[in-house]
Write a protein that binds this ligand. Structure first.
Ligand SMILES: [Zn+2]
Ligand SMILES: [Zn+2]
Length: 407
């Protein structure tokens, strides 16, 4: 973004596009007049699970992550089924979701509860003007199918067809309870993955974001609750990595592969499951950013200034034009003096240096070990965090020294 607009302008919600969504919620209260019939109750339960599978098995694991293959006909069936949930087109869904994985829990994330309110990450983002359109360049593997482009143009048609079918089966109760109740329940179960699964639960893998594993979310979403697993390896058809991690979406996909409807199911590498594989550079970078952010760099800057003023060798440095290499040299010099010839330093410099609080690489490694779960990349995270801290110190020292002092 070049215009520095806030990534999550929560006032930018396009209300007209939210009207059908609000009406779907209000329609649920129609039960006051229709009552609940046995048929409508079974319709609601059946359509909840069928379409929860459509969200996780189709929108998510097929269209967004391509974790298995199927025929063009079945692909169309999956798209119809997915769009019967009224969660927009598979093209829109996949493009927004791929974006989420690229920028998970950064400022750019489309729905991060870390950078926006819980409400916004749960559902507000869907109606934001900036999410009206999608970036077609990220889903060229999908836009090449004319039938998917057609479904994008008439994205609500499958949901309307299903609503009419429910009405045909059980009248107004079929429509209100069978269709609207299950649709709204599927909405919120899906949205919980974007909001709750980035807030509540456990982290088993270092993913550089706030994704969590949450067993009860896995139950109501047919396996999507193993969201930390999923962020650790998004190309896996199964999100429950362990045998006890309930993942019925995977069991269904596996079952359908046995009768030849699906094939080429992608499994997570054993090294990923066992956390013995080095992390991707992007995850190391984000984790290092988190580690560095937990250190108060201002205190190190203040102590450096005092040590700088009290140490004749350092005051030869011109702070506003100091390069990053100069700062590294000065820090190494300070460390050397403190370690070997502390006594030679003036009392004032000794005290300033004793206050210097930038953690060493070794201290950062210990901190990283406490902050993150097991990974062979802890040292790489600590080393990068150390660099980031020195860069942050440098930026503060140079800009503060260059700007005229107030008062
Ligand atoms: Zn996520
Ligand atoms: Zn995903």
């Amino acid at each position: 973004m070049t215009d520095h607009a806030p990534a999550h302008d929560e006032g930018d919600i396009v209300y007209p596009s939210a009207i059908p969504f609000v009406l779907a919620h209000l329609a649920c209260f129609g039960v006051i007049w229709t009552g609940v019939t046995w048929t409508s109750a079974w319709l609601a339960i059946g359509l909840y699970w069928l379409r929860m599978f459509a969200v996780t098995g189709a929108y998510h694991r097929y269209f967004s992550h391509r974790t298995y293959k199927t025929s063009r006909f079945m692909q169309f069936v999956l798209a119809m089924l997915a769009q019967s949930t009224a969660q927009k087109s598979v093209l829109w869904w996949a493009s927004k979701h791929r974006h989420h994985h690229r920028f998970a829990d950064t400022e750019e994330d489309v729905h991060s509860p870390v950078h926006s309110s819980f409400f916004y990450s749960h559902m507000g983002w869907i109606f934001a003007r900036r999410h009206d359109r999608f970036d077609a360049s990220t889903i060229q593997d999908l836009t090449r199918f004319p039938e998917l482009r057609l479904l994008h143009r008439f994205e609500i048609a499958p949901a309307i067809l299903l609503a009419l079918l429910c009405f045909a089966i059980d009248g107004w109760a079929g429509l209100v309870v069978g269709f609207f109740w299950s649709t709204v329940a599927v909405y919120h179960a899906t949205f919980c993955i974007n909001s709750l699964a980035h807030v509540h639960g456990d982290k088993h893998y270092v993913t550089g974001d706030e994704s969590r594993n949450n067993w009860w979310l896995a139950i109501i979403t047919m396996g999507e609750g193993w969201h930390n697993n999923h962020h650790a390896y998004q190309y896996s058809v199964r999100q429950g990595f362990r045998w006890w991690q309930w993942d019925p979406t995977y069991y269904i996909i596996l079952g359908l592969s046995k009768i030849g409807l699906f094939w080429d199911l992608r499994a997570p590498p054993q090294a990923v499951i066992e956390r013995s594989q080095a992390l991707p550079p992007r995850v190391i970078e984000r984790s290092a950013e988190r580690l560095a952010a937990s250190i108060p760099v201002e205190r190190a800057v203040a102590a450096f200034r005092e040590a700088y003023a009290a140490t004749p060798a350092l005051s030869e440095l011109h702070l506003p034009s100091m390069t990053l290499a100069d700062l590294r040299g000065a820090l190494a010099d300070l460390q050397h003096r403190a370690g070997g010839r502390f006594a030679e330093m003036q009392q004032q410099a000794q005290e300033a240096w004793a206050q210097f609080s930038l953690p060493s690489r070794e201290e950062l490694q210990e901190r990283a070990a406490a902050m993150f779960v097991k990974t062979p990349s802890l040292d790489a995270i600590a080393a990068r965090a150390h660099d980031l801290l020195i860069e942050a110190m440098h930026a503060k020292l140079v800009t503060a020294s260059a700007s005229p002092r107030q008062g």
